[in-house]
Design a protein around this ligand. Structure first.
Ligand code: ZN
Length: 322
């Protein structure tokens, strides 16, 4: 096999990339140079060291923060926009985000809804959740110690199909829910370059029903697959030249969860949703996030397809194959 060949970035696009890719890794920050300075796609997480890396990176490009005239945010998650807490103190770029994710930039506590944090209580029951002593569960507090979130004053929202000009390239906004309700990818048709953010990349992005879920994620993959990108620039990891394979891998990873659920149910008969989740995500905290969110979004898709039936309420809710 050997080491994969490093893929070059297209002309005029630069990246500030955190080494290592273990969560909570800061998202890649892409820089587009132009004669007014530069524009950024995502800004990284709100840890002081990530922010320092960004400032050092800009400096190495001969830029200061005040030269950044535009910040486009792929979605309102902490590893992508946390650094706004520092940036807004020192500069005033025009901040752009999809209209769907804008409320999350206005008030990050709303992430508790798009992350479906209530599902843990719903399926595992009040008692268990209380006994965990996790103060269950404000997602903004949860991230605070590892990759702090930030709000941002948004100046402009974009919709699916809008065009943004960054560094002399024309990018079409492609709304790609699944991982976040207002998640966007940027498509440079002329160059064949797709900025995929978390849709495709080195980190397997989770999904929750209110963010689009497994069904939304799969639809989004199909949308970008049809574009036949020559190159994918993800939020985590390096440039991807074998784009079709990367999209297929991502799809397979999502469908594999469903196959495991089906196998489990056909072997053992009906199982509570909390049991299914506990087997797929044995880690004591991960099962509450993002485990139960992933499982619930698959069960919804499977029940919409008529493959499973859900019976019972709350912690008693169980799934069986039809
Ligand atoms: Zn994200």
């Amino acid at each position: 096999m050997g080491r994969p060949r490093a893929v070059e970035l297209p002309e005029g696009i630069r990246v500030c990339r955190e080494e290592g890719h273990k969560w909570p890794a800061s998202a890649n920050v892409y820089l587009f140079r132009d004669d007014r300075g530069g524009a950024l796609f995502d800004v990284g997480c709100g840890r002081p060291d990530s922010y320092r890396d960004l400032v050092d990176f800009l400096e190495s490009e001969g830029l200061g923060l005040s030269d950044i005239h535009t910040v486009v945010l792929s979605h309102a998650h902490p590893d992508h926009m946390g650094a706004m807490r520092f940036i807004e103190k020192e500069a005033s770029p025009e901040v752009v985000i999809s209209s769907v994710d804008r409320p999350l930039a206005d008030d990050p506590r709303r992430l508790n809804y798009t992350f479906d944090m209530g599902l843990a209580r719903h399926y595992f029951g009040e008692e268990l959740i209380e006994s965990m002593g996790l103060g269950f569960f404000d997602i903004v507090d949860y991230f605070e110690g590892m990759c702090p979130m930030s709000g941002a004053a948004v100046h402009r929202t974009v919709e699916d199909g809008d065009v943004l000009e960054l560094g002399g390239r024309r990018f079409r906004v492609v709304l790609t829910p699944g991982h976040a309700p207002g998640h966007i990818a940027l498509w440079d048709e002329e160059g064949g370059v797709l900025l995929s953010s978390d849709l495709v990349g080195q980190i397997a992005a989770w999904y929750s029903p209110s963010s689009g879920g497994a069904a939304g994620f799969l639809d989004s993959l199909e949308r970008v697959e049809r574009l036949e990108p020559r190159l994918i620039l993800p939020a985590h990891g390096g440039p991807i030249a074998d784009t079709a394979a990367a999209i297929r891998r991502t799809r397979r990873r999502i469908l594999a969860v469903e196959e495991r659920i089906e196998r489990m149910l056909s072997r053992e008969g009906p199982l509570r949703v909390s049991e299914i989740c506990g087997r797929l995500f044995p880690h004591p905290v991960i099962r509450f996030f993002p485990g139960i969110q992933i499982v619930d979004s698959h069960l919804r898709r499977m029940s919409a397809d008529g493959r499973v039936v859900l019976e019972g309420e709350g912690p008693e809710c169980a799934a069986r194959l039809t």
